[in-house]
Ligand binder design. Structure first.
Ligand code: PEP
Length: 244
C-alpha cells in the first residue's frame, strides 16, 4: 500500500456465512476493479472466510486482514489463530486490541503489545485499536487513557511501515454517535505526537456514507475503520470514495 494514501478498513466482526461473505467480497471487488478506489482498501472477514475471501479479491488490489491473533507462533492454544496462520491464509494485516476484545475478553495492554510484536514478527501490518469509554471522556480523561493504552500496547522499536493506529472511542462503536471533529483532531494530534512519524492514524466509530465526507477530508484522519457499514458493499464503497 502507498505510504500516504488514506486507508479504509472493513471489520466484518462475527458476521457472514460463506454465501453472504463471498457475495459481499465479490461486490466490493467488482466495485474496486471497475473504478480506481480513492484510497487503500482492507477487508477483515471472520477467520472462517479469510482464505475464501482472499481468492475472491485476488487481483482487485484490496488487502486482506484478520480481526485478532494469538501472540505465539503455534502451540496448545485451542481456538486461537497465529499471525503465521493468518499470513499463510493470505493476510497482510491484523486488527489487534479492538475494544470488543479488550472488554469482552479482558485483553490487557500487555497482551495487545505481544500481539503487535507477533504481527511484526510475521511481517504483517498491525492495526492497533485504542479508545476511551464514555465515562472516561466525560471525566476529561480521554487523552490520558489513550496515551496509556498506546504506551502499554506499542512494542519498542515500532516499525511504522507495519503500524496503523485506529482511534475508536468505545462509546462511538455501533451507536451512531461520533465525537466532534475538534475532539477527533485533538486526539489524532496527540496520538501522532506519541508514535513514530509516518504511521497512519484512522478514525473508527459509526462511520457511514453520510459522515464519511467530513471525517475523511480532515488532514489529521488518515482513513477509517468501519464496522456495521462495511457489511453493505455500496456503503463501504461510498465511504472509501469519500477519501477522494
Ligand atoms: C468497529 O467495529 O471497529 C467499528 C468502528 O464499528 P462501527 O463502524 O459499527 O461503529
Amino acid at each position: 500500500m502507498a505510504a500516504h494514501r488514506k486507508l479504509v478498513v472493513g471489520n466484518w466482526k462475527m458476521n457472514g456465512l460463506r454465501a453472504d461473505g463471498l457475495a459481499l467480497a465479490r461486490e466490493i471487488a467488482a466495485l474496486a476493479t471497475a473504478a480506481a478506489p480513492a484510497c487503500d482498501l482492507l477487508i477483515c472477514p471472520p477467520s472462517t472466510l479469510i482464505a475464501a475471501v482472499g481468492e475472491v479479491i485476488a487481483g482487485s488490489g484490496i488487502a486482506l486482514g484478520g480481526q485478532n491473533c494469538h501472540a505465539a507462533e503455534k502451540g496448545a492454544y485451542t481456538g486461537d489463530v497465529s499471525v503465521e496462520m493468518l499470513k499463510d491464509a493470505g493476510c497482510s494485516h491484523v486488527i489487534v486490541g479492538h475494544s470488543e476484545r479488550r472488554q469482552a475478553c479482558g485483553e490487557t495492554d500487555a497482551e495487545v503489545r505481544a500481539k503487535v510484536a507477533a504481527a511484526w514478527r510475521a511481517g504483517l501490518v498491525a492495526v492497533l485499536c485504542v479508545g476511551e469509554t464514555r465515562a472516561e471522556r466525560e471525566a476529561g480523561r480521554a487523552l490520558a487513557v489513550v496515551a496509556a493504552q498506546l504506551a502499554g500496547s506499542l512494542p519498542d522499536g515500532a516499525d511504522v511501515a507495519r503500524l496503523v493506529v485506529a482511534y475508536e472511542p468505545v462509546w462511538a462503536i455501533g451507536t451512531g454517535l461520533t465525537p466532534t471533529l475538534a475532539d477527533i483532531d485533538e486526539m489524532h494530534h496527540a496520538i501522532r505526537a506519541g508514535i513514530p512519524a509516518g504511521a497512519r492514524i484512522l478514525y473508527g466509530g459509526s462511520v457511514n456514507p453520510k459522515n464519511a465526507g467530513e471525517l475523511l477530508s480532515r488532514g489529521e484522519i488518515d482513513g477509517a475503520l468501519v464496522g456495521g457499514a462495511s457489511l453493505k458493499a455500496d456503503d463501504f464503497w461510498a465511504i472509501s470514495q469519500a477519501c477522494g
